[in-house]
Design a protein around this ligand. Sequence first.
Ligand SMILES: *Cc1c(COP(=O)(O)O)cnc(C)c1O
Length: 383
Amino acid sequence: MGMTTLERADASAILGRLGVTPIINAGGSNTKHSGTRPRPECLDAMLAMAEVFVQLDEFLLAAGRAIADLVGVEAATITSGAAGGLVLQAAAALTRDDPERIARLPDADGSPNELIIQRGQRFAYDRLYRLPGARLVEAGSETSCTPEEVEAAITPRTAGIIDVQSPFKDEGMVPLSRLAEIAHRHGLPVLCDGASMLPPRGNLTAYVDAGADTVSFSGGKGIRGPQSTGLLLGKREWVEAARLNNAPNATVGRAQKVSKEEIAGLLAALEAFLAEDEAAETARYRAEMAALVEELAGVPGIRAFVAHDRNHPIPQAVVYFTEAWRGPAGPEIQRRLMAGSPRIYISTLGRADVTVDPLNLQPGEREIVAKRLRETLMEASRG
Ligand SMILES: *Cc1c(COP(=O)(O)O)cnc(C)c1O
C-alpha cells in the first residue's frame, strides 16, 4: 500500500525553519491572518479522502446535495472560498444554463452583462464579480440608496443585482427583501455575499428566505472548514448555473479548483458546526469577552463593552475611543500589538475603534491578550 509512517509534524519546527513568527489571532476570521482553525472532524475527513479517488463531478454533486439537505435549502455547491463563490454567482447571472455562453466567458458581450450594486455596498472584493466579464453599475450614493434608484439602474443589459451582507454594510441601503422583490419583478437574480455572517447559524437560510437566489458563504470562517473553501447555496437553477461554470470543467472557474479532501472537509465541518449548541457557544464567547472588558477598567479615554448585534455576529469586545482619549487611533494600537511579543492580531474594521474577537482564541490566550491590550492602551493613553 502507499502508506508510510510519518513523524507527527510540529508547527513550531515548520515555522522556526522558515523564520516565521506565529501570531495570537484575537481579530477573527480575517484571511490575511489565516482564517480559522479547521475542526478536528474536518482534518480527519481530509486525511481519509486522501487515500481514495473519485469522479470529481459526481463527488461535488453528491456533496452539494448533502449540504443542501443539511442546511434545508433547494441546492448547494462548493466553491474556492466565498470569493470564488462571487465569481461563480456573476458567471451564473451572465450565462444562466446556456452552454455557448458558458464556453465564451470571460467574453460576455452580446448578452446582458451588467450587475447592479448599491454604491454604499462597494467593497474591495467586488472586483471578483467582474472576473467572468461582468460590468458593475452603481445605484445610489455612499450613504443612501432607495428602491427607486435601484430600479432606475435596470436596463435590458442588466444580468443581476448584488446584495452584500457584512458588518456595517447595510446602513442606508435597500434591504435584501426589497431588492429581491425588484429583481424578481424584472426576471433577475439576487447575488448575495454573506461570507462572514456565520454564526449565527440561522443566516444559512435567512438570506435565501429573504429572497436571495444564491448566497456565498466562507467555509473557512465561522464554519471552520478548510480555509480555501466556500459554499454557494440557494435556488436550484442558479446554483446549477454556477456549478456548470466551476472547476473541474474547463470554464471560467477552472482556476478555482477545490480538491476532494477539501470537499469532504467542508462537509464534515458543516455537520459539526450545525451540531454545536449555539446558545452555549454564545454564552462562552460572551463570558470571555466580558472578562477581557473587565481587565480594561480604569484605562482613561476609552469605553470598552461587549457587542453582539448585526455588526458583531458573535460577542466581541469593542474598545471605543472617547473625546477624552489622548493616544493614537485604532490602527496604531493594532500595529503596536502586532509588533509586540507575543505578536497579537486585533481587528479595527478600518474604523476608529478596535475589536477583540473570541473565535480563534485558544485556552489561556484571552488572558494574554487582555494583559497586553491593557498595557498597550495605558501606555498610549499618556499621549
Ligand atoms: C471573507 C469575505 C469574503 C471572502 O471569503 P473567502 O472565503 O475568504 O474567500 C467575501 N466577502 C466578504 C464580505 C467577506 O467578509
